[in-house]
Design a protein around this ligand. Structure first.
Ligand SMILES: C[S@@+](CC[C@H](N)C(=O)[O-])C[C@H]1O[C@@H](n2cnc3c(N)ncnc32)[C@H](O)[C@@H]1O
Length: 429
């Protein structure tokens, strides 16, 4: 069965990684897989996430071993070889089992010619390791980042860029938002370790990680999966009793649920352009036994969905490069292009400008992204303030922010929060 799972990993990666198709999201492909036993799903997830995390390093090593590159028609074989090397270097599974497994996968891919090559490469790979191979390589190859992205990190955060690149290689922590007083004890009673966050009052780091459906209290709505940094923007929302709050990019609803918990009397409107994703907001709110008005629409075009009544607060958790969460979505490194950043900045600016008139005088707009690029964050806020005389920045000074001209910027921390940015903008009275 493990051989079939390895084959599933190769077939899945064919749909994700570039060259000959690819381009689909890792999570989407994993969600489409057949029902598997927990151990099989663990192996599949590890192989697919791991190869995406370390793709450039693995590919570099493979390229160095070959006299001539594999034909483009042998893309599946190439991915099988990368998976095999990944499994040897990064998993705890016995080396001999891994060395023997992958030639069989090549045969299963109807490439019996590759079985001998695979066997030889697996033996070679088992005599070295990632650290040894990476030691003399430049950071973007060692840490598997596209050059353009490494350059952006290095330019924005010269002192922290190495740590940022290393952090993107680590498995992310399993972080929850605990909404009910009974939640923590239920986790402990089930044998889980719980470490409370230091930034967000409801954050808890749980180990070992497990599918959230199997975490006690999930079905009851006592807890939700949410990174600690992602829990912070809602803490800056202000609204009077019975006030109106707009969550402008709401899906899948992590922050909508949090807003509903913090402001149970508010009239909460959750908007998203993607109606499929909006269904996840509904499911989330049902599980939490909370309610919100769900609207399908474009945040940059309020004339299509706004009823004309002002909001006390708007949360804009904007689409972004997601450069702060690469450890959670390593496939993004291979999907994004440098030119995407300008397009994303344009979209964010259009959303900010379009939503600002919906905020009542004295009200707030909290802008958030899971990006660590200043163009999407501090510079975006600076440009917004220059365009809107009736706006002033009102982000509390936070000790957890790295030095930045506007807003609060967090960089990803091993076993801690994701990279994240938020700023509060207040409208003149
Ligand atoms: C960062 S995610 C939001 C995460 C969400 N706030 C949460 O906490 O679960 C960005 C969302 O923006 C949505 N989006 C993208 N473009 C949009 C637009 N023009 N108008 C409204 N929503 C949009 C995407 O569908 C996506 O669900």
């Amino acid at each position: 069965m493990a051989a079939d799972v390895r084959m599933l990993a190769v077939r899945g990666l064919l749909k994700v990684l570039p060259a000959q198709g690819g381009g689909r999201s890792l999570r989407e492909i994993l969600a489409e897989q057949p029902v598997l036993l927990a151990a099989e799903r663990g192996l599949l997830t590890d192989l697919m996430f791991g190869v995406c995390r370390h793709y450039r390093l693995l590919d570099h090593w493979l390229g160095e071993q070959m006299d001539k590159p594999l034909k483009s028609s042998a893309h599946a074989v190439r991915l099988a070889l990368l998976c095999g090397v990944y499994e040897l270097w990064f998993s705890q599974r016995p080396q001999h089992a891994v060395v023997n497994a992958w030639p069989d996968v090549c045969r299963g891919l109807k490439a019996p010619w590759a079985a001998g090559l695979c066997n030889a490469l697996m033996r070679k790979a088992s005599r070295t390791n990632a650290e040894e191979v990476g030691r003399h390589l430049d950071i973007p190859v060692r840490c598997s980042l596209p050059d353009w992205l490494w350059q952006r990190f290095d330019q924005a955060w010269p002192e922290q860029a190495n740590d940022i690149a290393e952090a993107a290689l680590l498995a992310p922590p399993f972080t929850l938002r605990l909404s009910d007083a009974a939640a923590e004890q239920a986790l402990l009673d089930d044998g889980l370790q719980v470490r409370r966050g230091t930034l967000a009052p409801q954050a808890a780091y749980i180990s070992p990680a497990r599918p959230v459906q199997m975490v006690p209290g999930f079905k009851e709505g006592w807890l939700s999966v949410q990174d600690e940094a992602a829990q912070l923007p809602v803490l800056l929302i202000e609204a009077p009793q019975g006030g109106r709050i707009l969550d402008a990019c709401a899906a899948p609803g992590g922050k909508t649920g949090q807003l509903a918990e913090y402001f149970p009397d508010a009239e909460l409107v959750a908007l998203d352009v993607d109606s499929t994703r909006l269904k996840r907001v509904r499911d989330n709110m049902e599980r939490l036994q909370r309610s919100a008005t769900l609207l399908g629409g474009d945040a940059a075009k309020p004339n299509k969905w706004w009823d004309g009544e002002l909001f006390d607060a708007v949360l804009l958790d904007a689409p972004c490069s997601a450069t702060g969460i690469l450890r959670r979505q390593p496939d993004l490194k291979w999907h994004r292009r440098d030119s995407d950043i300008d397009s994303l900045c344009g979209l964010q600016a259009r959303m900010l400008d379009a939503l600002w008139p919906l905020v009542r005088p004295g009200g707030v707009l909290v802008y958030a992204t899971c990006s660590i690029l200043p163009q999407e964050n501090a510079e975006q806020v600076q440009a917004f303030l220059a365009r809107h005389e009736d706006a002033r920045e009102d982000t509390p000074v936070e000790a957890h922010s790295v030095s930045t001209t506007h807003g609060c910027q967090l960089l990803p921390q091993a076993d801690g929060p994701d990279g994240f940015f938020y700023a509060r903008l207040r409208k003149a009275n």
